[in-house]
Design a protein around this ligand. Structure first.
Ligand SMILES: NC(=O)C1=CN([C@@H]2O[C@H](COP(=O)(O)OP(=O)(O)OC[C@H]3O[C@@H](n4cnc5c(N)ncnc54)[C@H](OP(=O)(O)O)[C@@H]3O)[C@@H](O)[C@H]2O)C=CC1
Ligand SMILES: Nc1nc(=O)c2c([nH]1)NC[C@@H]1CN(c3ccc(C(=O)N[C@@H](CCC(=O)O)C(=O)O)cc3)C=[N+]21
Ligand SMILES: [Mg+2]
Length: 294
């Protein structure tokens, strides 16, 4: 058997087109142009790539992008002052502070200073709480994108056994909450889990968010399962170059799974699309409008 390849790039492109249409309607009917402020502290090359693709996706969708690039030695107080200014700015509906932040800055303190209604990353404890209690929330973009991909493969996820490997606040935990809200039976595995391969083999839906290159092997996968690979790992490739691989052994997964996401071209592009979607959602909520349909 060879698995269906879930084309995250194409699905993200389609979603971005729908977001652009909804944004155009919001402008026409209500005179609101959603705005996203992206804050980058320092010059990490990977972060610069992500920030560029976010800004481009924002402007492609007809929204406003406000980029703030600060030097690596920016003080915590200066960053907090910028966030205060963005919280008060009526043209800014979404605020995203790119992680990781330099070591002189307390990330938790910074993320907690963002207005929860502008927190398009969904990292603020208010949004984590809203998600966990089934209230309208801004939900973290990577888990949001993972669930959209799973729902492209299955019209309903209800009753499916979902296994999430990883329990970070930005991926694993919110992903588990979203899957629970979809009526999955959810298992969250992590570094202390016993018999991880055996746990994974029970999964109809397997999500790997670990940060270990190609850890999930073919014989960890239930035949026919849907496998969503969140991992982004840069490893040595051919001719002294580096290449990106996921947390799943892609070749082995192709032979066993029913469907699998590639890396690159899987979850990554969905994360970007969901940042834009959350910016639109934040703009609608700020104007007292219902959830946009995209
Ligand atoms: N595509 C995208 O848009 C994004 C991709 N990523 C990628 O996703 C991956 C995960 O990111 P993130 O959640 O931030 O990572 P973290 O390092 O914060 O969390 C990793 C999780 O994996 C668990 N883990 C580590 N080693 C093992 C192991 N051997 N067996 C089982 N579980 C293990 C850890 O367990 P424990 O809690 O016990 O330590 C932890 O819960 C990374 O590759 C990252 O680059 C991240 C964000 C966005
Ligand atoms: N506040 C904050 N929010 C984030 O959402 C956030 C963050 N900080 N810090 C870093 C991680 C990582 N992340 C990715 C986004 C897009 C791709 C992506 O587009 N990947 C492409 C490949 C890109 C490449 O070639 O490097 C793909 O998978 O096809 C990957 C990873 C968001 N993150
Ligand atoms: Mg990917």
């Amino acid at each position: 058997m060879t698995a269906k390849i879930i084309d995250g790039k194409a699905i993200a492109q389609e979603l971005r087109g729908n977001i652009a249409k909804a944004a155009a309607e919001l402008a026409k009917d209500h005179g609101i142009v959603p705005g996203l402020a992206v804050v980058l502290v320092g010059a990490d090359p990977a972060s610069e790539v992500y920030v560029r693709s976010k800004s481009k996706a924002v402007t492609d969708a007809g929204m406003k992008s406000f980029d703030h690039k600060l030097p690596a030695d920016t003080s915590q107080d200066d960053l907090l002052a910028l966030i205060k200014q963005l919280n008060e700015d009526k043209n800014v509906h979404g605020i995203l502070v790119q992680l990781p932040l330099p070591s002189q800055i307390d990330s938790t303190l910074v993320l907690n200073s963002i207005d929860p209604n502008k927190d398009v990353d969904g990292f603020h404890p208010v949004n984590a709480g809203r998600l966990a209690t089934g209230q309208r929330a801004l939900v973290p973009c990577t888990p949001f994108g993972c669930v959209i991909l799973a729902k492209k493969m299955h019209s309903s996820l209800s009753g499916m056994n979902a296994v999430v490997i990883g329990r970070s606040n930005i991926v694993g935990k919110p992903l588990a909450q979203l899957l629970l809200a979809e009526n999955c039976t959810v298992t969250v595995a992590h570094s202390k889990t016993k018999d991880l391969p055996g746990v994974c083999r029970e999964a109809d839906l397997l999500f790997a968010a670990v940060g270990r290159p190609e850890m999930v092997k073919g014989d960890w996968i239930k035949p026919g399962a849907t496998v969503i690979d969140v991992g982004i790992n840069r490893v040595p490739g051919e001719a002294g170059k580096t290449k990106l691989v996921g947390d799943v052994d892609y070749k082995e997964a192709l032979a066993v799974a029913g469907a699998v996401t590639p890396v690159p071209g899987g979850v990554g592009p969905m994360t970007i699309a969901c940042v834009i979607l959350n910016t639109l959602r934040a703009a609608c909520a700020s104007a007292g409008l219902p959830e946009p349909k995209v």
